[in-house]
Design a binder for this molecule. Structure first.
Ligand SMILES: [Zn+2]
Length: 119
């Protein structure tokens, strides 16, 4: 993925996040910086509850909000656009349709089939 494409997704996700939280884009950026730079050895769940209270996240939207935050982190650490299961690149059109996805279409389809099988 090119730097332009990464910037595109970063801008898109930051805008979406600021809209969900009702905060300005630059507030979001500095907030994410603070969160990323805290050398906290806390586990994910604790970190998310800390973030919730810090961001005053309402339950209804929290799932999407955390997905966006994680995706922004993935952009920062260079794993954005890589499938978490097969580690192949996720197709750019799929990312444009659904930027917070962390699975390629093949793995996602497999997961859905398995979910249905276990239901
Ligand atoms: Zn995959």
């Amino acid at each position: 993925m090119t730097k332009e494409e990464l910037d595109f997704f970063k801008t898109l996700l930051t805008a979406q996040l600021s809209e969900l939280l009702g905060l300005a884009n630059n507030t979001i950026s500095s907030l994410l910086d603070v969160l990323d730079n805290s050398p906290d050895p806390l586990d994910r769940a604790t970190m998310e509850s800390e973030r919730s209270s810090m961001l005053r996240i309402r339950d209804r939207e929290s799932k999407l909000i955390f997905k966006i935050i994680r995706t922004l982190e993935r952009i920062e650490d260079g794993t954005f656009g890589i499938c978490e299961i097969c580690e192949e690149e996720i197709h750019i059109e799929r990312l444009k349709a659904r930027p917070v996805t962390s699975h390629c279409i093949e793995c996602k389809t497999k997961m859905e089939v398995e979910e249905r099988a276990y239901r």
